[in-house]
Design a protein around this ligand. Sequence first.
Ligand code: ZN
Length: 325
Amino acid sequence: MADAVSMPSARQTPAQFIVDISTSEVYLSSLNTLDQLDPSRNYFLRGLLPEWNYRFVFGAITPVAIEVAEKHKASPQTAALMGEAMLGAFFLESGTSKAEALKSCLHLEGDGPVRRIISFAGVDGRVRAHAGRPDAAWSGPLEEGKGSGQLKVSRWFSESQVYTSSVEMRALPLAHNLEDYITRSDQIQAFVKLQSEIIKDVPVSIAGCMIQALPDASVNDTVRAADWLEQAWPHLRTGMGPPAGESVPEIHSTPLKVLSVGQFQSYCDCSSERVRNVLRLLGREDMDALIQEQGQIEVHCEFCGKRYAYGVGELDAIFTSGAAE
Ligand SMILES: [Zn+2]
C-alpha cells in the first residue's frame, strides 16, 4: 500500500500498525510483513468487520498479566488464567452497546484449585485482578484451575449504578463461559477466543479475540464472521502471516476497520476514601469491637496489596464526618 502510514494512536502507540489512510482500514496482509501482531506484546485493537456487521476486539496482555502475577506471587498457570480473565473483563467492557460503562468486573467462583478470580477492566485498558489461591498449580488444561461454578459480571455506569448478572460457569475453557454469558445474559451473538501459552514456567503469550454481532447482522453475516474468526485466529494468535512466497489466504484481505488502539495497564483505584466508605457501611459497632481487639483497623487491598490502617482517633473522624462521600 503506497499511502500506508503508521497508525495514529490514541494515548500510546502499541505497535506500528499499517492502515490505509483513505479508508482507515487495517489489512492483515500488510501486518504480515511487519510481524507486528505479536501476542507477547501489550496492546488492544477495537473495531469493526464492516462486511458482516460485526465488531471485534483483539487483545494481547502478556506483560501486564506477568506484572499482576508477580504482585500476587501467582503460579504460571494462575497468571495465565488471571490474564485471560482480565482480557475477558475487557471484552465485556468493550461489548457494552447501550451506554459506555466506567468499568466491568468478571468474577469467577469455581471448584477448581484457584477457587476464585476477580478481574476488572476499563475501556481505556486499565486492568487488575486477584485470585483466591494464586499459588495453585494443576496438571491438566488451564480451565481446570477455575473448574465449574458461577460466572458473575458487574458493570458500573456510574459510581453508584451497578448492573450485575450471572450464569452457570461450566467446566469448559473461559472463552466458552464468556460466550455463554454474552449470548444468554447480554443476548448478543458473540464468539470468543482466549489462548495462553506457557513455556518453561513463563507465560509467553496470553491473547484473545472477541467478535460480536451488531444489531443489523443477519444470520448469514454471523456464519461468515464466525468462519472468519476460526480461520484468522491461528494467525492472530501467533502474530504470523503465511510464510514468504505463499499466496495470501482470503482472510488476510478482509478489511478490519480499526476504531481504537491502546495498551493495557495494571491499575488499582483503591483509596483511603473508598476504604473509609466501606468501614462506614460496616458500622461503628463492629469497627469499635475490632479496634478494641486489635488496637487498629487494617485493610489490605486484595488487588494491589496496599495497606490502610486506622487508629481510634481516625475512626472517630470517619464516623463523625457523616454519610458516605
Ligand atoms: Zn488497590
